[in-house]
Design a binder for this molecule. Structure first.
Ligand code: ADP
Ligand code: MG
Length: 739
């Protein structure tokens, strides 16, 4: 064996999972279902599937074994398969492969396949018994993602039909009992682990020890979210969000008598809705200048605040010096070069700093971390079933997540963890995060249940590990009927059938489909991509007027959606002359968002080709029409029933929806600056409930658009109320052709 091969073997055998190899393999032989838990980094994901593969190859069954290991995220599926192939001294696509949406690498001899949970669900569509598969490993089940919970219901049925099939569930934290009882008392195993102690500091400790002062000024937003990242765009400094006020109560009740007056004053200036970039920079700098060697992991919220922080840090003399600091990012859309760098040890004297999302909490282990900074927040979708209102706001994490984050610091030696929020706020965190199935809209899930022909939606969901509320299920079914994806008997329509093949919210999928039908796909691709990223229009508080003026030049049409199209087109032109960045700067646009929109457009187009809705020869989008009328119609048809009526008064107007009564336009909307809307309807992408209901991203629509779609308009006495039926909808309401 090569020296490299030996060191890999040494590394592998040093992992806690390796010491349990025989015990794990024999437990798998004896049990149909096995639940394995073990601390993050102990070797579950990279070693366990390998153990099975190796032992099957050694035995006579090698040629027939077929192991599928699912990951909640595509980045994990790819990086783990690369790692395992590397550990086996092979190229990817030999015995180890991967498959994610629109991408994959596998060969004739691939016996171990890493894939996303979604891919396995797709496979079940054509092959409900998973013929030939010998082992299914479902990883990261502690995350309780919607797809994973869904898959478990399906697999539970499948195990009865396939008694020789093995199911292994892997989890970072010990929730073993819940899963074990779900699978009729299945066997459980815990891989013992070891971590060094981690010294913990909450915000008050950080302030007390460092003497750093929080003032209103060093937390105020300025251009490009440079200094702080505001979590909630609705919450300018005066009006506090709900998060802020519940935190305020906790702070008021906290006993801080042991802390100095300066610390207490500082804490009263702390904004719970923000991430203080200045404080982070201060701590990072302090560690770099005064602390022992060791990498730093910073838990941020998402791709956008990570980018904004990185840009800020790169202007700092110490942190931007490549001979002292290696600054990296770890999030779900990083490329594989950057991914490799986060695992590598930097040169002597260079300190690695990784800015990460909660992906680094359990699914990616970076070994040499000694210092952790934790902002206490993560981007989580939540959902208000009663108001049918989804919201994608950063929220506080759970206590379990805090422990996970802290634990990242103690893998190689005693570590340090800085929590950037007060201890009393931590005390108010929930123990666990609610599983997605209990807090997310169920529309896509319901469509999947139907496309897998799993019978009645409510009956199926009643067999989940934890069943969603009946009200939430009913709302989802009702919505799918309203948009024409399900017929009266809950059967998939043609539209519904097409939507199941587009992995996005049904309304966005529907908008794409109508973009195709109305021959205006190009601008619709931009709109759908734009709605999938954070607001591409930046609104710094101190330059609010300028930013709004900049946005309004993109809109002469009473439409935020068309404003996205114009902004993107302008950026695209500027990019041709390499002026994209300057263009964004002048027009208060996020250059990052523009690049993501650009990439998503291509991805959506590939998806549409993949399912045959767009001719596979279509290479350029320019053949599509830019008829404003048709674009408006496609947007309207996608967003329906997200619609409200416009009621004009003398010099102003108000908006009403059926469910909420009067609603307000988000202050960022181009329509918020109008005094008159020349059309009777406004469609919107999203409702956000803060104190009132706010609409984000709206487009005004004339009656004729509704008529074009073949709908009928019925107006109530005073409150307009729109019901669409007939026309295109009728066409789609035909039952889907069985495939
Ligand atoms: P678990 O699934 O139990 O959290 P993993 O199997 O992911 O653990 O990781 C086991 C070890 O392998 C960890 O120490 C991790 O840092 C290391 N490792 C995983 N992937 C890579 C990689 N791509 N490059 C280098 N080391 C890796
Ligand atoms: Mg893992």
């Amino acid at each position: 064996e090569s020296p490299e091969g030996r060191t890999i073997l040494e590394f592998r055998s040093s992992l806690p999972a390796y010491k349990e190899k025989e015990a794990i393999l024999s437990a798998i032989l004896r049990n149909q279902v096995l639940i394995i838990s073990g601390e993050t980094g102990c070797g579950k994901t990279t070693q366990l599937p390998q153990f099975i593969l190796e032992s099957e190859i050694e035995s006579v069954r090698g040629a027939v074994c077929n192991i599928i290991c699912t990951q909640p995220r595509r980045i994990a599926a790819i990086s783990v398969s690369e790692r395992v192939a590397f550990e086996r001294g092979e190229k990817l696509g030999e015995s180890v492969g991967y498959k994610v949406r629109l991408e994959g690498m596998r060969g004739r001899d691939t016996h171990l396949l890493f894939c996303t949970t979604g891919i396995l669900l797709r496979r079940l569509l054509d092959d409900r018994n998973l013929i030939g598969v010998t082992h299914i490993i479902v990883d990261e089940i502690h995350e309780r993602g919607m797809n994973e919970d869904f898959l478990l219901i399906v697999l539970k049925d499948l195990l009865a039909r396939r008694p020789e099939l093995k199911l292994i569930l892997m989890s970072a934290t010990l929730d073993a009992e819940l899963f074990s009882s779900y699978f009729n008392g299945a066997a459980t195993m815990k891989i013992p682990g070891f971590t060094y102690p981690v010294r913990t500091q909450f915000l008050e400790d950080i302030l007390e020890m460092s003497g750093y002062r929080l003032t209103p000024d060093n937390q105020i937003d300025d251009y490009g979210q440079e200094r702080i990242w505001k979590m909630n765009k609705q919450a300018p400094r005066k009006r506090k969000s709900q998060i802020a006020s519940s935190v305020e109560d906790a702070l008021r009740a906290a006993d801080l008598s042991d802390y100095s007056l300066q610390t207490r004053e500082s804490l009263s200036c702390w904004y719970p809705d923000c991430i203080g970039f200045n404080l982070i920079q201060y701590i990072l700098c302090n560690i770099c200048e005064h602390e022992r060697p060791g990498a730093i992991l910073v838990f941020m919220i998402g791709w956008d605040d990570i980018n904004a922080l990185k840009e800020k840090l790169l202007t700092h003399p110490v942190l931007s010096d490549p001979s002292r600091v290696l600054l990296l990012m770890c999030h779900s859309s990083m490329d594989s070069l950057e991914q490799r760098l986060i695992f590598e040890e930097p040169e002597d004297g260079v300190r690695k700093i990784v800015l990460a999302t909660n992906i680094a909490e359990t699914s990616i282990t970076i070994n040499d971390i000694v210092f952790v900074l934790d902002c206490g927040k993560a981007k989580k979708s939540s959902y208000d079933a009663l108001n049918n209102t989804p919201c994608l706001l950063p929220t506080w994490i759970s206590k379990v997540s805090v422990q996970q984050r802290r634990g990242r610091a103690g893998r190689v030696q005693p570590g340090e963890c800085y929590h950037l929020y007060p201890r009393c706020v931590y005390d108010s965190f929930a123990e666990h995060q609610l599983p997605e199935i209990l807090r997310m809209p169920l529309q896509s899930l319901c469509l999947q249940i139907k496309s897998l022909k799993l019978g009645s939606i409510s009956e199926f969901l009643s067999r989940a590990l934890q069943s969603p509320e009946i009200l939430a299920v009913q709302k989802a079914i009702e919505y799918l009927k309203t948009i024409g994806a399900l017929d009266e008997n809950e059967n998939l329509t043609i539209l519904g059938h097409n939507l199941t093949m587009l992995p996005m919210e049904p309304k966005l999928g529907k908008m794409l489909i109508f973009g195709v039908i109305f021959n205006c796909l190009d601008p619709i691709l931009t709109i759908v991509a734009g709605l999938s990223v954070r607001d591409p229009f930046l609104t710094p508080l101190d330059k609010k007027d300028l930013a709004e003026a900049a946005k309004s030049q993109f809109s002469q049409d009473y439409s935020d959606h068309l404003a996205i199209v114009r902004a993107y087109e302008g950026w695209k032109d500027a990019e041709k002359d390499l002026n994209g960045h300057e263009y964004c700067w002048k027009n208060f646009l996020s250059a990052q968002s523009m690049r993501v929109i650009d990439a998503l457009r291509m991805e959506f187009l590939s998806l549409l080709k993949d399912i045959g809705l767009v001719d596979s020869n279509t290479s350029s989008c320019n053949a599509w029409s830019y008829d404003m009328y048709l674009i408006r119609a496609a947007v309207c048809y996608g967003l329906y029933p997200g619609i409200c009526s416009v009621v004009h008064k003398d010099t102003s107007f108000s908006l009403k929806t059926m469910e909420d009564g009067q609603v307000l336009l988000h202050s960022n909307s181009v329509n918020a600056r109008e005094t008159r809307i020349p059309y009777p309807w406004v469609v919107f992408n999203e409702k956000i409930k803060v104190n009132s209901v706010f609409l984000r991203d709206s487009t005004a629509v004339p009656d004729s658009v509704v008529l074009l779609l073949g709908g009928s308009i019925s107006k109530g006495d005073t409150d307009g109320h729109l019901k669409m039926s007939g026309g295109y909808l009728e066409f789609f309401m035909k039952p889907a052709v069985a495939n």
